[in-house]
Design a protein around this ligand. Structure first.
Ligand SMILES: [Zn+2]
Length: 172
């Protein structure tokens, strides 16, 4: 069924694998994750924005975690980890080494490129590189280089929102 999709809308067009029909792009939590999904409403809106702009479906593996907001945006409820794009697993951590699935790279490049254009995004980490916009007012993301941080993000894309995204209602 395609009734809710506007074909003139350049954003948010995904395609059903079986029927090949256009539909809205989806953001879903992986089945493996049941405990830390409750990021802020504004953060989920940001993540849906990534899916819509990149025209892909996203699978999330991690959201809010315990701990101080200063230590990780996950603890603020403003970050998610994307583990798969259009059903392609981004990678695996094998004996402490982040290994990227080569077939996921075109999708990773598409998603991280789109993320670079979104001012709500503070941390854009993944196999395509590490990009940050950490000034309070947002602004353009700059690439950083950190071997340990890169290794930790070769198996997923981390989308961390600006801190103002935590101020809205938190989800269930
Ligand atoms: Zn993360």
């Amino acid at each position: 069924m395609i009734a809710s999709v506007a074909y003139t809308d350049p954003f948010g067009l995904c395609y059903d694998k079986q029927t090949k029909e256009a539909r809205a792009c989806k953001v879903t939590w992986s089945e493996a994750n049941h405990s830390n999904r409750n990021v802020s409403t504004a953060t989920m809106r940001m993540v849906q924005g990534i899916a819509d702009r990149a025209n892909v479906d996203l699978t999330l593996s991690s959201g809010r975690r315990q701990g101080s907001c200063a230590a990780s945006l996950h603890n603020c409820g403003t970050a998610v980890d994307i583990s798969a794009i259009n059903g392609h697993d981004i990678g695996q951590m094998i004996n402490g080494v982040g290994v990227t699935n080569p077939s996921a790279m075109p999708f990773v490049n598409q998603v991280q490129s789109v993320m670079k254009t979104m001012p709500d995004i503070r941390e854009n980490y993944g196999p395509a590189g590490l990009f940050e916009s950490k000034s309070a007012s947002g602004g353009a993301q700059v690439q950083i280089y950190d071997d340990a941080l890169q290794n930790a993000h070769n198996d997923h894309v981390h989308a961390g929102g600006q801190r103002y995204l935590q101020d809205e209602d938190t989800g269930p």
